[in-house]
Design a protein around this ligand. Structure first.
Ligand code: GLN
Length: 245
């Protein structure tokens, strides 16, 4: 059993250690005896997701999102759209999450026409949304609590065909106004949570792994792991932010 993973734009979209999510995914699979293979796809590389199980896209500054735009629009956008419509699992963080929507209009008025896979759009604001976060995932996303860190100027607004990933308990989330965080559509999980997100949120990581494994191999029952260190780190953040574990 092997899971095929694509890390998209690993050098350009890698804010706040988002690449650590790939390390966490591979290690939690390895601890269960499940192999994984990571294809790193940079600007200029050909993207083929026809045999991919899980795509990861990290976050980036406005400048980096503008830099990668011509490469994205050269065909990667259509490949990602097709993969999402085929049910491939995607975890996208902040700038990578914004990229899955219709467009991002930066605070400087630059219009980035993105993939349009998810019914959402983002508008840059003068208010930067920065700080530690606590979000409660919807039941459809596993129902766990997420601790993380956010830093974005973009305010993301969800359309009717997309569900929020979570409710905001601490922080801004999608836009600092409607108390939604992230997005869930088919097997796509979008979030504003940097950190990296997954190491301190092992329950959510395993939820994403289960979705990807079930899509590839059918029913999947991941053996529990000894998560004392991960759970301690998770709880420490909840206590620091005044939330009950
Ligand atoms: N550049 C985007 C914004 O400022 C995304 C930032 C990020 O990925 N942390 O909203």
């Amino acid at each position: 059993m092997k899971l095929k993973i694509c890390h998209l734009y690993p050098d350009v979209l890698n804010l706040y250690g988002d690449g650590g999510n790939i390390i966490c995914i591979q290690q939690r699979l390895l601890w269960r005896g499940i192999e994984s293979e990571v294809q790193r796809c940079q600007i200029g590389d050909r993207l083929d997701l026809s045999d991919c199980d899980l795509v990861f896209i990290g976050g980036g500054q406005d400048f980096e999102q503008e830099v990668l735009l011509p490469d994205l629009q050269s065909g990667k956008d259509r490949e990602i759209l097709a993969a999402i419509q085929d049910g491939v699992t995607v975890l996208a963080i902040c700038g990578g999450y914004q990229m899955l929507g219709q467009y991002y209009e930066t605070y400087d008025g630059i219009r980035c026409d993105f993939i349009g896979a998810l019914d959402l759009y983002t508008i840059g604001s003068h208010q930067r949304m920065i700080g530690n976060t606590v979000y409660r995932c919807s039941d459809a996303c596993g129902g766990s609590i997420l601790v993380g860190f956010e830093n974005h100027s973009g305010k993301t607004w969800l359309g009717p065909s997309v569900q929020p990933l979570a409710d905001v308990m601490v922080g801004y989330g999608n836009n600092g106004e409607d108390k939604t965080e992230g997005a869930r559509f088919l097997n796509v999980f979008g979030s504003y949570s940097h950190g990296p997100l997954l190491p301190k949120n092992p329950v959510f990581c395993d939820h994403i792994l289960s979705v990807a494994l079930e899509h590839r191999f059918g029913a999947c029952n991941l053996e529990p792991l000894q998560d004392d260190a991960e759970t301690d780190a998770h709880r420490a953040m909840l206590e620091r932010l005044g939330c009950k574990p």
